[in-house]
Each structure stands twice: as C-alpha cells, then as structure tokens.
Design a protein around this ligand. Sequence first.
Ligand SMILES: Nc1ncnc2c1ncn2[C@@H]1O[C@H](COP(=O)(O)OP(=O)(O)O)[C@@H](O)[C@H]1O
Ligand SMILES: [Mg+2]
Length: 377
Amino acid sequence: MSVTQQQVLDSLGRVRSPRGVALNEANVLSDIAVNDGKVFFSINVDAQEARAWESVRAEAENAVRAIPGVTAAMIALTAERRPGSAPQQPRPPAGGVKPVSAHRHPPQPPGGSPMSRQAEIPGVAAIIAVASGKGGVGKSTTALNLALGLRDLGLKVGLLDADIYGPSVPRLTGIREKPELTEDRKMIPIERFGLAVMSIGFLVEEDTAMIWRGPMVMSAITQMLRDVVWGTLDVLVVDMPPGTGDAQLTLAQNVPLKGAVIVSTPQDLSLIDARRGLAMFTKVNVPVLGIVENMSYFQCPHCGTKSDIFGHGGARHEAERLGVPFLGEVPLHMAIRATSDAGQPVVVSEPDGPHAAIYRAIGAKVRDQLKGVIAAA
Ligand SMILES: Nc1ncnc2c1ncn2[C@@H]1O[C@H](COP(=O)(O)OP(=O)(O)O)[C@@H](O)[C@H]1O
Ligand SMILES: [Mg+2]
C-alpha cells in the first residue's frame, strides 16, 4: 500500500509547533514529496525561531516514520533571513513563514538580471526541455532515448538531468562515477553512449533526501547548466522536474530553452496535466516542439499483439486540438522498462529494434523543428 500525502499531513497534525499550533496548520510546510515509501519535505521557519523548532522537526520525523509503509523520512528545517536587499516580500503572518510554493520570485544574483540568466550556454546550439505534467509518465525514459535518437541522427548531444527531486538518469544510464573537476573547478560531464551526461544524482546518493527551497532549485540547476564544461553540442536535452508548479515555471523561464517536448500517457488525467505543461511553456514564450504519447498501447512481448489498454491516441487528438505537433507514440513494452532499469536504454541495447526506430523518428521531428538553430540539422 502506498503512502499518501494526506497520511503524512494527518500524522503532522499530532505534532505541535513551539507556539502550540498543529504542524499541518502552521503554514510552515513545503510541498511534501512521497516517493516509494520515502517522504521528504522541509519546515520553513523564521531564522530567530529556528532553535525552538529543532525538537519539533525531530518529532515530525518520528511521526512520519511511524506511518505504515514509510521506509524513510527526511525533514529539513530551513530558515530564511530577510536582509534589506531581499525581494519585496510581505512579512510572513505571525506563527509561520509562507510555504515554499509561495516564493514565486527567487532573489536575483548580485548584479544579475533575468536577461543575463537567460544567456545562452557558449558552445550549446539548442537546449530543449523534456517535461511532463506529472511524475511516472516516462519523462526520463523519453528524455534519454530521445537524446540517443538525436545522437543516431549524427548530432552531438548532451543530457542534463534537472529533475532534482528524483534524479533517475544515474540509474537509467548505469553511471556510478562522480564527475571530475577542471582546474577552474568546473564539472566535466560524464560521457556515456556518446552523450555528455550530467545529473545532480552524480553528486548525492539517490536515496539522500533532497530538500530544495524554490531559489535553491534554480541555483542548483544554473550550476549544472553553467558550471559544467559541456563542450560543443548541437542539442542539450534537459530532463525537467515533473509538474507545472512554481519551480518548473521558474526553470522554464530561466533556462534559455529553444523548445519543449511534453510527455503524456493517454489517460485523461495525464492529458490534463500535459495541457498545463503546454500552458506553462506558452506563458514563458518557449515553443512547444510537440507531444509524445508514452505507454501509448500495450505490446505483448511474446506475440507482439497490440492492445489499447489506456485508450490509445488521446495525445494525438489533443495535439491536433491544441495545434502543436504530435511527435509519436511509444508503446508500453517490457523491453523499454527492463532496459531502462538496467542502465542500458533501448536505443542502445536494441538499436535495430522497433523501439529505437520510434525514438529516432521522434528525434528527427524534433531536429527538423530546430533547423536554423543547429548547424547540423
Ligand atoms: N514505454 C514504456 N514501456 C514500459 N515501461 C516504461 C515505458 N516508459 C517508461 N517506463 C517505465 O516506467 C517507469 C517510470 O518511467 P520514468 O522515465 O522514470 O518516468 P518519469 O521520469 O516520468 O518519472 C520506469 O520504471 C520506466 O522504466
Ligand atoms: Mg524521471
């Protein structure tokens, strides 16, 4: 039985803040991430009160650990000082600080403007995002295989795993080593399958909790984008964090994206999420290169028979309705799952198979839309 956010909130209702308010009502909690029995979130408090909160944090952790099905709980206490130079944010209401989701505008770096942070990465012709409205739709699998499909078309390709909440590229690529540093302390991406690969997962263990406050998300990603020697690339594929919340919006706004690919499963709910993703990119003027329907139909690994268990074709209709390109359908197939989970993506392990051909065809459609941006296209 999987643990729900509501269960976590309920358990926090029994823990009291230093002022005696139930935690689930104290307006101090970040988004709660529940992943495979692991629960991560942060408690955001005023710096002056931080000391009083330490025991509350420990109590909250114990309460969450006691929920049946929870295998790990990691709760960070984060405190924010508000120097005079901080962005104009209203003072928090007494008894708590705004939750992370309320921090819409990360502070500007000194001397920086949104424009300078949008600056291109020298040597990288096109950065494209692979995004999804929600997790678990196969965004990372698509990002990696699409990167490999583009590689097969003769392009020089990099992959940046910006899904700092659940970096899965180390597992999908089987990369275990840590990136080395150059003399001027820039990270050297890890070369795998002919791709230049970078992931926050190379730097921290997959199971380590990662608690990111809004502004930290952007700074972690900016570092992975700018403090890495990417070399000369035609395309840098970015595996975005799932969802369309503030962190994603900030990212879409601050990374100099040439376009976005949206991954959806055919189920209605997932399509609604895809629509939100589309709206998000439109809002920040990033062209949507198209929609990929993942787990589009079930293909029996034994007899090859196709069955439309999720109502196949929803994404194609949706793309038509919204006037964005439809990039292709990827079946739900054991080979895709098994190869991904073994660190041998299907485009590498079965280069002559049908799935590799699908990813290359998707890659070709993406490349065609980047004509004029990448020299090799
Ligand atoms: N087309 C597919 N067929 C079978 N399994 C898939 C397919 N796409 C993804 N998966 C599997 O589904 C799970 C979630 O995929 P992942 O790419 O990690 O999703 P996300 O990045 O959206 O959370 C993984 O175990 C992956 O191997
Ligand atoms: Mg992922």
